[in-house]
Design a protein around this ligand. Structure first.
Ligand code: SAH
Length: 232
């Protein structure tokens, strides 16, 4: 772990106690994968926030990161990582929607290599700085529309989409190895809550057999900012 991680120690936010409380809460909320809990314990969340919000870093809530976007709440980050792992080791992972880079840093703890893309240039620059401060060397960030597609040869064990959509980005599915899965907040336009379509964490698994079919499983209801086309 990089020494810089302790640079905010003065305000007590990286105290073992604060982090331990967050881990205890994640356990109560049903997170069971010890590999994920260890990753959540290892990565300081406050460094991904603006100074004025740092004291709130370990609350279980989404917080603004600028340009109308949010850092996901700790439970959501832990749950998506748990679903992406499904108890198996991950070699390569693709993340769509880097945002603050916090989910990226967690994925970088549990995977060999993480490719992450973000459509907003301002956020790419900030996330790049945060990930560098943490000394993470197994992450590649790019400024791009993650739904456009990648080099045909890219094959990953998991794709984590951290923005909500009602349309499954089907052209990403070809990047899944057999047995690999995509975790995505998928909205059902027919079920609405306060006028908004309800999103559920959804896992799309590429079956390992020769049929090359996909299996879809629906999990908890969540609320994400929208997956949008183009770069900004
Ligand atoms: N996991 C992030 C969540 C960021 S919010 C975190 O914890 O900080 C979702 C992000 O997805 C936003 O930053 C948004 O700009 C980005 N996004 C939305 N549509 C996208 C697309 N098509 N390609 C790449 N990034 C996208």
């Amino acid at each position: 772990m990089n020494k810089d991680w302790n640079r905010f120690n003065g305000i007590g936010m990286v105290s073992a106690r604060t982090r331990a409380r967050m881990i205890a809460r994640l356990r109560e909320q049903g997170i069971q994968d010890e590999v994920v809990l260890a990753a959540m314990n290892a990565v300081p969340r406050h460094i991904f926030l603006e100074e004025g919000l740092m004291t709130r870093a370990y609350e279980d809530t989404a917080l603004p990161i600028g340009r109308g976007q949010t850092i996901s709440q700790p439970w959501v980050v832990a749950r998506m990582t748990e679903l992406a792992r499904s108890g198996k080791n991950l070699h390569e992972v693709l993340e769509i929607g880097t945002g603050s880079g916090y989910q990226t840093a967690i994925l970088a703890q549990v995977a060999g290599r993480v490719y992450t893309v973000e459509r907003i240039g301002h956020l790419v620059a900030r996330a790049r700085r945060h990930l560098r401060d943490l000394g993470l060397t197994n992450v590649a960030i790019s400024h791009a529309d993650g739904c456009v597609g990648f080099a045909e040869t890219l094959e990953v064990d998991a794709i984590v989409v951290t923005a909500g959509t009602s349309v499954l980005p089907e052209n990403l599915l070809k990047h899944l190895r057999p047995g690999a899965r995509m975790v995505i907040p998928l909205a059902d336009d027919k079920t609405r809550h306060e006028g908004e379509p309800v999103q559920h964490l959804t896992v799309v698994t590429k079956t390992g057999d020769e049929s090359n079919n996909f299996r879809e499983q629906k999990f908890e209801a969540v609320r994400f900012v929208p997956l949008l086309p183009g770069v900004a």
